[in-house]
Design a protein. Sequence first.
Lengths: 86, 554
Amino acid sequence: MLEAKIVLKNQTGLHARPASILVTEAGKFKSDIYILKDGREINAKSILGILSMGARKGDEITIRISGEDEEQALSRLTELLENFEE
Amino acid sequence: MTLKGSPASEGIGLGRAIVIRESDSEISNTQVTDINTELNRFLAAVERAKEEIKEIKETAQRNLGEKNAMIFDAHLLILEDPELLNMVKENISKGMNAESALDESAKFFETILSSLEDEYMRERANDIRDVTSRVIKILSHKEEIDLKSIPSCSIVVARELTPSQTAQMNKQNVRGFVTEKGGKTSHTAIIARTYEIPAVVGIGDITSLVRDGDFLIIDGNDGTVYVNPDESLIREYEKRLEEETRKKEELRKFLQIEARTQDSRRIKLVANIAHVDETDVALKNGAEGVGLFRTEFLFMDRTEPPSEEEQFEAYKTVLEKMGERPVIIRTLDIGGDKSIPYLNIPKEENPFLGCRAIRLCLAQQDLFKVQLRALLRASVYGNLKIMFPMISCIDEIIQTKEIMKEVKTELDKEGIKYSEDFEIGIMVETPSAAIISDMLAEEVDFFSIGSNDLIQYTLVIDRTNDKVSYLYNPLHPAVLRLIKLTVDNAHKKGIEVGVCGEIASDLNMVPILIGLGVDELSVSPSKVLNVKKKIFETNSEREKVTIQKLIGTI
């Protein structure tokens, strides 16, 4: 199992387009991928879960991945979360 | 019974009501014992719903374009959502039937999303409702009104129509729309105008006041709806409808020909649009281009500005639809009476004399640059012209061009292509701009006169103030002199002048504007043919003489 902490820097946080991009990317990996925020654990492959989390700019989230392709998934998703284009 | 709402799409419609009710109260909640069978029943219904949505998506792509079909991808994503599906499965395992298991899970997410006070999230909450009601209908074998085969001469009555409903509706059989919710820019209103179907919106209880089969007359010109009116009223409206249809037919002969005055002066006739979908109405009515695309509507009714990508898509779509025809896109015109909460514009004593339009863009350059980037990127897809609002001095246009240069350098660095030779122009809507129009004409490629503001600033009249609105007079010699001065200065420098304010669609003002020497009129899409007919009836030389009388010699 791998974990990383990320502070959201983009203006919209995990809303709208960034949320759907994250879900689409997460869906490409076999591993179980979860986002942890404020004690809640959300399936990163669920658009409704991510949206209802309501993560905004400046929020710290933890990404937790376990599965056969966890390393690739972690590097791809942290890169994505840190470099969202508006 | 007579009901009053807001007119959202003009015209008269007579027909029988088809009431689209939301059926969430009718979900059965029987307990199930065979959990596996119930799970399979649920999964089969989800698959069936996906197929239906894919089918609707294809229809929408054909009829409305890629952009409008994207919403159905969001619907599909919801039906594949693991959190939602797991919650439903858990509910079923507890003995709930599939309908109520889904309904409860959907409500859980709907409640969270609609509590986030964010326009985007509320829309997603609507998506969930749209999708789940489809699955529930499949599960309960409810006879949905088959929108593909609604009977001819129907008037569709609903709380608000969803994109999936309007996409599959056979709109040839629809004589009108009446909805409880919505304003002029709601989904129903825009679809109605796109297909030229009369519509009235904002009648509170219409779905409970009207029953299927009731006879309705709707008047999309003044927002009235008559329910089961008496024979004499029906006959009166039938006559009015006939008259409207006859006039429309008569105007069709002007569709293919270019607008010319009686004495053969060519006048360009283009359309004002506020929404991407209105491009189709403009084309259908024979507009030669778009004379004003008001981009502020992309920024309204939301909680954050549209991204560069979203703006780019909108501009690109309009440009592609118009092909070689010119499209004048006006940069953000906000402030004054149009406010946007998320831009945090401080409250001003005198908003109309304050930080609005180009002044706001020059003050918030980040916002402005995103729009310019989107416009430049879109420029390769058609005949783009960019127009800046509320210019009142030379310095503003010079600063604007500087920023444009910076944006171009950025794009060059990123290797992003843009058109090299698009025109830039300004709105002439302040007396100062009209007075120095000779100097401004050196800096830009075209002028467009924004008559609404020009009149209010010249005559010092707030037209929404009942006590002084009687003084609002487009024929005031001061206004006419400023327009003439602007046109003469522009022509001396070899650039063209359009008019895009309300007076351009006013049939009494059209001959005056032609007499003043205006080259282009930009009017609401549904008025194009009316104005064209008026142009053919106008003799520009004779109008010049009339104008001499109206304004004296200058």
